[in-house]
Design a protein around this ligand. Structure first.
Ligand SMILES: Cc1cc2nc3c(=O)[nH]c(=O)nc-3n(C[C@H](O)[C@H](O)[C@H](O)COP(=O)(O)OP(=O)(O)OC[C@H]3O[C@@H](n4cnc5c(N)ncnc54)[C@H](O)[C@@H]3O)c2cc1C
Length: 401
């Protein structure tokens, strides 16, 4: 039976936030805290699980490490935002409704779309069926089970980006009985300075990770991967980390999306086709002076906060301000005992400065642990979450859009 939910006070403006990830939580807490006293605005957060998924720690989950249980509804307590647990199955951008678990319909006035992204298992045949991913906690737990039961053999990590590199290092450290092979088109740490890259390679070597860069995975088979050219690499488990894709919901709703399915935004983070929809985090294609932002928590949380600020301004009859963000670091864990942090220019290119070893481990842990307390602080002091590097000249968009 279809049920259309009442949204409470008939005249209240209803903002629905889809996804309680790093970006969605930032948007929901920031907005709810700002509108709480004023009234006239209701905020609802929809997410698949009550537990907050610390995506930045999923390589730890995949190696059997237990994470703290962080509850989204508990964090939202006192903000006035309502939490709805469910799986979003459709957005009707004309009727301005969201369908949840196929049988519930939630109307909105303003939508904040923060459903994140996933590894692109559609890129090669067999990846969808035979490879593990780190797309969610359950996916990571499935891999943890498999690795724990193997007792020996080979694990192939496909994709030599940061997620693949961190995962290969973590698996090699936690499972010294396994042979870990990291496959990718580019060498790990490709965007880092020569010294940071050399440190990263030495760490992978010490952990026993066999790196094969410059290779293209053509197929994932049961028990192996096939490279372009026909060579097969035997694998008792394959972790797919390559590429990114987003939920097909935005495109199906008729929202303007890019080639990866991300919602194309204007400078204020509104959909260019549907200005009542804001897009944030990995699900958004946000243009800055240096290009379209790539998916990170570093940039995703500011998009969430900025969307909340924009909505608040529009509701008060003001113009939203343009979003600007510049990167400042690339922190990479290399197991639990080592890490490398590359400091960057706002466009993501490496500076000379870097951290390695214990100092980098502490830095990485501080960064990874910081979102949750940040949300807690924002509940009391919304302005505390509204600071991030704007990136100066690097982020100015010059061309007409
Ligand atoms: C191993 C690993 C390490 C990383 N390390 C770093 C790092 O050091 N620094 C950094 O900046 N970034 C890092 N990242 C990237 C970072 O985690 C992402 O960029 C970030 O999670 C994006 O935030 P988000 O809110 O857009 O999406 P997510 O955090 O993925 O949140 C999306 C939420 O939406 C929910 N959802 C999705 N679809 C539906 C649906 N249909 N219905 C209901 N709910 C749904 C999900 O369950 C989830 O709760 C790392 C990623 C990985 C995998």
């Amino acid at each position: 039976m279809n049920a259309r939910w009442e949204t409470g006070t008939a005249n209240a403006h209803h903002v629905v936030v889809l996804g309680a990830g790093y970006a969605g939580m930032a948007a929901a807490v920031q907005l709810a805290a700002r509108v709480k006293r004023r009234g006239g605005v209701r905020v609802t957060v929809v997410n698949a699980q009550e537990r907050f998924t610390e995506r930045m720690r999923l390589h730890m989950t995949a190696t059997g490490q237990r994470l703290a249980g962080l509850s989204v509804p508990e964090l939202l307590e006192g903000t006035g935002a309502r939490f709805v647990r469910g799986w979003v199955t459709a957005v009707d951008a004309d009727a301005r409704t969201v369908r949840i678990d196929d049988d519930r319909v939630l109307p909105y006035d303003t939508l904040v779309y923060g459903l994140g992204g996933a590894a692109d298992t559609s890129a090669v045949p067999g990846a969808e069926d035979h490879a593990y991913t780190l797309d969610g906690a359950q996916d990571a737990e499935l891999l943890a089970d498999r690795l724990a039961r193997l007792g020996g053999g080979t694990v192939v990590v496909a994709g030599s980006g940061l997620t693949g590199t961190e995962s290969a290092a973590e698996i090699a450290e936690r499972h010294p009985e396994l042979d870990v092979v990291l496959l990718g088109r580019t060498e790990p740490g490709a965007d880092m300075s020569p010294k940071a890259k050399a440190y990263l390679h030495a760490a992978l070597d010490r952990l026993g990770v066999r790196v094969r860069a410059g290779v293209e995975v053509a197929k994932v088979l049961p028990g192996a991967v096939e490279l372009a050219g026909g060579e097969t690499v035997a694998a008792d488990a394959v972790l797919w980390t390559s590429g990114t894709r987003t939920s097909p919901l935005a495109a199906a709703a008729g929202l303007a999306v890019d080639e990866r399915g991300r919602i194309v935004t204007d400078a204020a983070l509104r959909s260019v086709s549907h200005p009542e929809v804001y897009a944030i985090g990995d699900a958004a294609a946000v243009r800055q002076g240096y290009g379209v932002m790539h998916g990170t928590c570093q940039g995703g949380m500011p998009t969430g906060v900025h969307a909340a600020l924009s909505i608040d301004r529009v509701l008060r009859g003001k113009q939203p301000k343009p979003f600007r963000f510049g990167y400042y670091h690339t922190p990479v864990s290399l197991g639990r005992g080592d890490a490398v942090v590359q400091f960057t220019r706002p466009d993501g290119s490496p500076r000379r400065i870097r951290l390695t070893g214990r100092a980098a481990v502490r830095y990485k842990e501080t960064v990874t642990a910081s979102p949750w307390p940040t949300y807690g602080r924002m509940k009391k002091m919304p302005a505390s979450g509204a600071f991030w590097p704007r990136g100066g000249r690097f982020t100015r968009v010059r061309e007409a859009r």
